[in-house]
Design a binder for this molecule. Sequence first.
Ligand SMILES: C[S@@+](CC[C@H](N)C(=O)[O-])C[C@H]1O[C@@H](n2cnc3c(N)ncnc32)[C@H](O)[C@@H]1O
Length: 212
Amino acid sequence: MNQPYTLIQDYITQFVAREPDLLQALRKETDVLPGSHMIAGVLQGRLLSIIAQMVKPQNILEIGTYTGYSALCLLEGLQPKGNLYTIDKDPKSTHIAKQYFQKSGMQEHIHLYIDDAISVLQKIKNPLDLVFIDADKKNIAIYYDLVFDQVTQGGVILVDNVLWKGQVLAKQKDVDIYTKCIQQFTKKVHADIRVSPLILPIRDGLMIILKK
Ligand SMILES: C[S@@+](CC[C@H](N)C(=O)[O-])C[C@H]1O[C@@H](n2cnc3c(N)ncnc32)[C@H](O)[C@@H]1O
């Protein structure tokens, strides 16, 4: 990431809403783990929280739990009798997620599936008001297609890392498979007349897709 971009992100991070203590503790515990760069972090976390509070979802689906940080941010907007379904294939990072879900006192509203996302998605049949896709980039289009019919009218799908550290600006023939999948996915959503998409250049790029 270039320096002005990083400085702008640091600048705006100073002015976001205060990170809850539980999330701060989780972020610090995650800091020393392999893959700690994957965590949503303060800026994106607060954005996820605000979006969830605006959408007021009854059911939330997250693909890519890691240590549970983004799930807990999304949970801030969950309606009182709502459910959050979150999927990750990694038992190690989700072991930490489980501990923090318990500490949140909301564990009866959180359904954690430790398995490959595609197989779990076949089992979740509920209508979904808010979906956060934040797992392997090669499968984002598959995840989008698998959940789309369950997303309610006016529901929102969020997709992380759609700027892929700026590599999406590269010419199609020069790029690696991940960049190619993200570029193709972005074009697919842009051409999809059922939705209104927008990309926010926050962190690694967050796509907000509103189902009409
Ligand atoms: C970027 S991290 C998620 C970060 C998390 N949303 C947060 O902000 O704290 C991506 C996660 O997706 C998981 N993942 C990757 N491929 C997956 C798959 N095919 N099925 C389920 N989980 C997968 C990884 O194990 C990893 O924990």
